[in-house]
Design a protein around this ligand. Structure first.
Ligand code: FRU
Length: 478
């Protein structure tokens, strides 16, 4: 009861009948009401109550995907950082559990990561029963990295802390991975050096408890901190070629570098690339330990929503599988929504015509569902263009210039082998667009829950051949 009272303090203070309120908290009916809130995304994770920001500790452990997250259980804005916790067996349907990490005398709980210590190198479990370890930042005073472990994925025991060189306050966001070639654990950490110079420090460990610093990647004075915060380091094979591996180092706003990593030092191949082509996608992290060996990413969808009467604020992106593709002399990271999301499809509408032109009837005219996935492939003539309306969001594409405009976000998307391939996911809050096999990921996060659903697809000037136009109604995950 104590925990529940804490969690709902803000509501309780303004409600004298708090005993009744607290006993209602976990009844199915009460949860169902919360999940039906008008601005709650219906197939993206959000907390039952309170604020959410970065995903933390994404990991697969003992048959479940774990999603921890930066969480303020006491209010609808950032503050009082705790680690919230949810689990899923399919990356799609999430069940929120008790808070995993509460603030303590060392500070509030800032972002971090989780690993499964398969070889029991920490000695906190056994090889038959490997421990789950959480690394987080204690954000106060000297700013240290904290460590907690669990053997059941439900209860977490904090240790006194990790042993590592002390760094300036403000350092944060430890991300830990296993580096197979050197047989070492590697941690990346965001650090603000003197003169406001931002950096990623690399550490190495044999036992996950003692860390030594091995290298630094830092920027010039005045360079943006968003290029360094929440560092993420992972390897990706080139297409299906598992012998050709590159390393990716990315940061909070999705900018990433491709290069090589030898267990101590990251060697970029060329300048960093912007990896997120939309708005409000932050602090993405990969799931450690996916049983299918995929590199699955999830990020925070930062939304400016109308909070009137709401019990929660903010949500996560869809889980996406990353891969590396060659584009000319360079490589790009592409994103595909995980296949498990197909389980949400309840009904299919085939909206395809052989060709669309300016006289075609709007193929989406009669669509009523609010939760939609659209999978389309267009083969446009060189001077054609289209306008698509998705519940308050407008997409304009002009083939000649490649200008792809969604809301106020503009990208240049050239045709690929004469085709434009799009997958769109529309929820009650926001749309996620994957263009050209995930080379462009364009999340737009705003309310899309208008009273009457409105969908349209209009082609102007020259005609546009259409190879695929599948529309799926999706079900809610709650
Ligand atoms: C990124 C971030 C992290 C920090 C966390 C605090 O959004 O600023 O650097 O750990 O949020 O909530």
């Amino acid at each position: 009861l104590g925990k529940e009272v804490d969690m709902h303090l803000d509501t309780i203070i303004s409600d004298s009948s708090f005993c009744k309120l607290v006993t209602q908290v976990d009844t199915p009916l009460f949860n169902a009401d919360l999940y039906m809130e008008r601005h709650r995304a219906q197939y993206h994770f959000s907390p039952k109550r309170g604020w959410l920001n970065d995903p933390n500790g994404l990991v697969y452990y003992k048959g479940e995907y774990h999603l921890f997250f930066q969480h303020n259980p006491y209010g609808l804005r950032w503050g009082n950082m705790h680690w919230g916790h949810a689990v899923s067996t399919d990356l799609v349907h999430w069940k929120e559990l008790d808070i995993a990490l509460y603030p303590d005398e060392r500070g509030t709980m800032f972002s971090g990561s989780a690993i499964v210590d398969t070889h029991n190198s920490s000695g906190l479990g056994t090889i038959d029963d490997p421990p789950l370890l959480l690394f987080y930042t204690c954000a106060e005073g000297t700013w240290e990295q904290g460590i907690a472990y669990s053997l059941d994925g439900r209860t977490f025991t904090k240790l006194p802390g990790v042993a590592m060189p002390s760094i300036v306050p403000g350092n944060r966001d430890p991300k830990v991975i296993w580096h197979e070639a050197s047989q070492k654990w590697v941690m990346t950490l965001y650090v603000t050096e003197a003169d406001e110079q931002h950096a990623i420090y690399f550490f190495q460990s044999d036992n996950l408890l003692n860390w030594r610093q091995v290298s630094i990647v830092n920027g010039g004075i005045g360079e943006d901190r968003y290029l360094y915060e929440c560092p993420e380091l992972y390897e990706l094979p080139l297409g299906a070629d598992s012998s050709n591996i590159k390393w990716v180092l990315s940061a909070v706003n999705g900018v990433y570098a491709i290069g090589d990593f030898d267990g101590t030092t990251f060697y970029p191949l060329y300048e960093r690339i912007q990896g997120n082509h939309g708005r409000g996608y932050y602090a993405a992290q990969l799931f450690n330990n996916d049983p299918k060996g995929r590199r699955i990413e999830m990020g925070w969808r930062h939304t400016h929503t109308d909070l009137d009467g709401m019990t929660f604020n903010q949500s996560m992106s869809l889980p996406m599988s990353l891969s590396l593709q060659q584009r000319g002399a360079k490589f790009v990271v592409t994103r595909t929504p995980v296949q498990e999301l197909e389980s949400l499809r309840t009904k299919k509408y085939d909206c395809r015509r052989d060709t669309f032109d300016s006289l075609s009837i709007n193929p989406l005219l009669d669509l009523q569902p609010r939760l939609l996935e659209i999978d389309m492939v267009l083969q446009p003539s060189p001077k054609s263009s289209f306008l698509m309306k998705m519940n308050g969001i407008e997409i304009n594409y002009d083939v000649y210039t490649g200008r792809f405009e969604v809301d106020d976000v503009v990208n240049t998307i050239p045709l690929q082998d004469g085709l434009l391939k799009l997958r769109l996911f529309l929820d009650r809050v926001g749309i996620e667009i994957f263009a050209q096999d995930g080379e462009f990921y364009i999340p737009i996060n705003k309310n899309t829950n208008s009273s009457t659903p409105q969908y349209a697809f209009h082609v102007s000037s020259e005609e546009m051949a259409c190879l695929k136009f599948d529309v799926y109604e999706l079900s809610a995950i709650w």
